[in-house]
Ligand binder design. Sequence first.
Ligand SMILES: *Cc1c(COP(=O)(O)O)cnc(C)c1O
Ligand code: SF4
Length: 457
Amino acid sequence: MIDAGHPKFKPFTSQTMKNAPQWSLLDAEHREAIEIVSRVLPFRVNSHVLDGLIDWSDVPDDPIYRLTFPHRSMLRVEEYAALRGLIRAGARENEIEAIVRRIRMRMNPHPAGQTTDNVPELNGAPLHGLQHKYRETVLFFPSAGQSCHAYCTFCFRWPQFVGMDELKFDARTSDGLVAYLRQNPSITDVLITGGDPLVMSARVLAKYIEPLLAPDLEHVQNIRIGTKSVAYWPQRFVTDPDADELLRLFEKVVASGRNLALMGHYNHPREIQHPIAQQAVRRIISAGASLRIQAPLIRHVNEDPADWAELWTTAVRLGAVPYYMFVERDTGPREYFRLPLARAYEIFRAAYRAVSGLARTVRGPSMSAHPGKVVVDGVVELHGEKVFALQFLQARNPDFVRRPFYAKFDPDATWLDELVPAFGENRFFFERDARRSPVLDSPLLARSRLPVAWMDA
Ligand SMILES: *Cc1c(COP(=O)(O)O)cnc(C)c1O
Ligand code: SF4
């Protein structure tokens, strides 16, 4: 499949976007938005996104444009005006940096607990590049996989892409991971995440993965890779110079008796309808790997249930498995993207109703909150009170999983921490967890958020 005529991966950033042929299609307002907003939030696209995914006749409303390009309303009106004013007046770089930093801090760059919660220890020392939140699955962040083929404007990992994360949240080798796995036989799944681990070459990825195939790590049954490359750069599996080598690596994992599961991030059916994206899915599956698909629900991008139904049915037809619909988490330009939980539930249900049982493997809308992944099961009336029915699909405390609980219906609530218990109770059952400190047990703080990716699954 290697052919000199195939496009080579090349990113465009706010500095180089002017060289893209599509620059001439943007009016002054949108060019300015790119210049101003990308001072605060990361911006990166590539030729596949520009030429193959965005419908330029529909810009700025096009969903893939909204997904990847900065928009002025991602900043508050006064923030945009202040930043624009400084840049237009030719202010000094340190003045601009000061306001950029203020805006970033306002955007909740480090939701509660990121630096300390979930970081496991090996012989008393914290293990960088690992997160262990749910008993059976450990997250691994290889340092060479901390960028992406394009950036999603809603991504909660934005602080790391703009170089704001002082905390080194990545690992140079898998030595620490392997040692940790040896000590923790209850771990069945390793989830390699980023960024996007598939920005790495097959050779570098193999250095991380091959040590996990050791015979004494038999308990590691599933090696998962969270990736958006299936949508943003499907060439990764088809025409990149090491596409075949990557598939051979997948085969090697499968030959060791394990499951190589790609957790593919698709936000919109158009991403999987592109011919090369379909070829990518077929090649992944014919290597013996499995492909599950998941994405957050994002206003302006995928709020139409018909788009979800189409995404799921196309995936199933190609042999992939719908997995999660996530609720957008509480960081970055969230005011621009978020949708109320009640609306998320309606969108999920309308899409779910429209597909066959084979696509109903999908679960959602799910919030990756501090105590676990909480799904909105429905809106019901109980004892004369309108309530949300909720449950944990995944929980820090395994005993919480699949226990129904109820919150007062609130048409505007967008996250678990905005919900209050139904029936006049003053706490949710999981807030009585004995491991909590008295301070954390205050109802407000107890529902603090943890930055766990929608993509982490
Ligand atoms: C979602 C998630 C997982 C995987 O959960 P599954 O339900 O098994 O897919 C693991 N770790 C973290 C931190 C997660 O957010
Ligand atoms: S959502 Fe995934 S692909 Fe998009 S920017 Fe974030 S880590 Fe990268």
